[in-house]
Design a protein around this ligand. Sequence first.
Ligand code: SF4
Length: 354
Amino acid sequence: MSFSSKIGNWFLQNKRDLPWRNTKNPYPIWLSEVMLQQTRVSQALPFYNKFIKRFPEICDLAAAEESEVLKLWQGLGYYSRGRNLHKAAKKICHELNGKFPTKFKELKKLPGVGEYTASAVASFAYQTPVAVVDGNVFRVVARFLGISTPINSTEGEKIFKEKAQLLLNKKQPDLHNQAIMEFGALHCTPKKPNCLFCPLQQECVAFQLNRVNELPVKIKKTKVKDLFIHYFIFENEAKDLLIQKRDFDGIWKNLYVFPSLEYTKKPTLEAVKQDFKSNFGWNAKIVRFDKKPKHHLLSHRKIQAYFWKVETPEKQFYLLKKQFNLQTTCLQTIKDYPVPVLIQNFIKAYISSS
Ligand code: SF4
């Protein structure tokens, strides 16, 4: 029996019943694949259900404001996926008559759609014989064929793509691709793969050579950098607050945060107070909410955040608003803005203490 028949049989007996698996409609398939990038199924599933309920058709998504899309995306991380999802939906609805591209090459022209997503949509929705290569597929192929080339090297990407394509069942690419991804997610797992009861055991090079724990090989590339952020909660007498849209490239683009000072090295408190004065223009009394920082981890940033309360005279409040292009909100309305989880957690704590 071939590799593909074995994992196909395994899949039919072991697959999870997921909503995007019971359709050939490219919209839910695409939505789920974008959400599943670097995200576990259990984490993505509630977000998928929320999106499909609110935007049953792609043009419903295209018609929404970006801030609503980001609000629904809040908590899923990697927000560029949400922004690109919205851009792609607009492109399909406004430039392609609401019709999803059917060709692999055309799919790749959509914002945020790379090789992986295009392969998944093309094979699941249209049975295009193109192999999907995600983290699970890299692992299964590396172990099954005993390949030591790092999966995140240029050479590795080329080799694994070729090998995955050779293993592909061209007659049933949808079943094959779903099967190998699910097999990697549930059976040939990163730690403690179930080799003893594996249908591939006889031919699996890594198992036969006792190299399962060595493969796949990955080069450590991204250095996680420290980031120290001091957020300032400017509050006037009426208990209004000021927030700012991060409308520039970098982390959390287009999400809302409190005005802040950011540092790559841990500053002294005196330095923060000095910088506050020179940045925001007056010698305010600033009080930290908590002496301990809030820790937050992103894929390439290790954040320590501090929150400061600033009782703000009316005149300063409106000067700041004008100078930094800020928006006025309050504890009742701030919940409607898309914000990073770090800010959301602070707001929850702030509301319950107010
Ligand atoms: S034998 Fe082990 S390493 Fe090889 S494919 Fe099966 S689960 Fe993966």
